[in-house]
Design a protein around this ligand. Structure first.
Ligand code: FE2
Length: 456
């Protein structure tokens, strides 16, 4: 239970630290204008461009804006045209609630396509709310075997993407800089930020995405916990400005000539795909400042808290990130991203396994193996454990221990010393406030609809 993951894939990039900080970064010294956000003559003849992630009149602590200083404006592109992607969103009818169920659902191991990149390798599982109305969230899985084409970029216009790799690593080049996101790390990419995803040494990567249609992920309030614990502010890493070599050369040579390379720009809006072409790299941002940026986080750094005498505390103690519900019901979330990591169990006269419960939130969960060795038994090398699966306790469905596990636990010596629970595996949960409308694909691949038949 090291406080940092010993990653199999070494770090490639440098980062700034701290989630929520107002940051600034420049790929070229002097590229960031001083004081004036929109100077008449920006350094190096750069173009000023702004990404707004919140209303201008939002309170300071809700404000998300970033100024970009780039070689070319991203305004210059062809008309967006529909793009046909296999999978995707179209399989859910907007008004169709037939795919909502009070059953629990389990997928032991999601099918993995033979060949797919970051765009074609995303498969919708289900959604709450509606991206068009900026309501709720969508759950996707991804299985990527190929890097994206050299001159293609993608952006979700439907919301922030919380990316949870379950195996492998993603090398993500964004407009604001590069991130390496590996097994047992997570990353968040803000709505609309263009990015290109490649693989590390060609190794495939698969995992989960939660696309948040409303608001932003943020750290939970700590209440009586005080000021430290759970996910630490300084442990979130933000990329530094980085520009493509051609854009850098264009700046350094003081050339006014446009960089003539055709890029395919793919966007997802209201669950449908579009694309256009542009003749400049989207990765030409020489400097930026703001608080709307991508970031990543090593899940081993999560400082879990728990009971040290008896009984269970509420699972809200496992919240890493949350998205508040700004509706009528106070103190609720549209979505909580929770992590149940390996941890000490030491409670006396208490069941160490969860009591049976029904939850007003829907609990979609998956397993993240912390061991980095691909040959480790938990990384799919045994038939008994196949980590690329998932499950969801749908609306108010009762769940808890299998009877045999309960009997074993009740027979345990009450004087047993503390033990590590969940050694080697972290379970993550997307806790969603509304029942999930599952995609036809997800329901076609459900392997079990009843918790009590789950072989744990
Ligand atoms: Fe639960």
């Amino acid at each position: 239970m090291d406080p940092q993951t010993r990653f199999a894939v070494g770090e490639k990039y440098a980062y700034s630290d701290g989630l929520g900080n107002y940051l600034q970064s420049e790929a070229l010294p002097g590229a960031l204008p001083a004081v004036i956000n929109s100077p008449q003559k920006p350094p190096f003849g750069l173009r000023t461009e702004r990404i707004s992630g919140s209303a201008f009149v939002a309170p300071r602590h809700h404000s998300y804006h970033t100024f970009l200083y780039r070689v070319h404006s991203s305004m210059d592109h062809s008309e967006f045209m529909p793009l046909n992607i296999t999978g995707g969103y179209g399989s859910i009818s907007k008004a169709d609630l037939a795919n909502v169920s009070p059953n629990t659902h389990f997928w032991n191991a999601f099918p993995v396509p033979e060949s797919a990149d970051w765009v074609s390798g995303q498969q919708l599982l289900g959604r709450t709310g509606d991206p068009h109305k900026k309501e709720g969230a969508s759950i996707w899985i991804f299985a990527v075997t190929d890097s994206m084409p050299e001159h293609q970029a993608f952006a979700s216009l439907d919301g922030e993407m919380l990316i949870v790799p379950q195996s492998g690593a993603l090398d993500i080049q964004t407009e604001l800089g590069r991130l390496l996101v590996r097994q047992n790390e997570i990353a968040v990419i803000p709505r609309g930020v263009r990015h290109r995803v490649t693989l590390v040494d060609g190794a495939p990567c698969r995992g989960y995405i939660c696309e948040l249609h409303q608001g932003h992920f943020r750290l939970p309030e700590l209440g009586v916990i005080g000021t430290v614990g759970l996910a630490g502010v300084r442990d979130f890493q933000v990329p530094k400005a980085c520009i493509d070599a051609a854009a850098r050369e264009r700046i350094e040579s003081c050339s006014a000539a446009r960089i003539k390379v055709e890029w395919d720009m793919v966007a997802r809006l209201s669950g449908k795909y579009w694309h256009c072409t542009q003749h400049q790299t989207p990765f030409d941002v020489a400097a930026w400042h703001g608080q709307c940026y991508p970031y990543k986080y090593d899940l081993s750094r999560f400082a879990a808290l728990g009971a040290v005498r008896f009984d269970h505390h509420d699972p809200s103690l496992f919240t890493v990130l949350t998205a508040r519900n700004h509706g009528a019901e106070p103190s609720t979330a549209v979505l909580d991203f929770a992590l149940i990591p390996p941890r000490w169990a030491a409670m006396k006269d208490t069941l160490w396994i969860p009591y049976y419960h029904r939850n007003t939130m829907q609990e979609f969960f998956g397993a993240i193996v912390q061991a980095q060795d691909p040959q480790h038994p938990l990384n799919g090398k045994t038939a008994a454990f196949r980590p690329f699966g998932g499950g969801c306790m749908n609306a108010m469905s009762t769940h808890g221990a299998a009877e045999a596990d309960l009997e074993r636990e009740m027979a345990r010596d009450t004087e047993q010393a503390a033990k590590v629970a969940g050694e080697g595996v972290a379970v993550f949960v997307f806790e969603l406030d509304r029942p999930v409308v599952w995609s036809d694909w997800a329901l076609d691949h459900v392997e079990l609809n009843h918790w009590s038949k789950l072989k744990l």
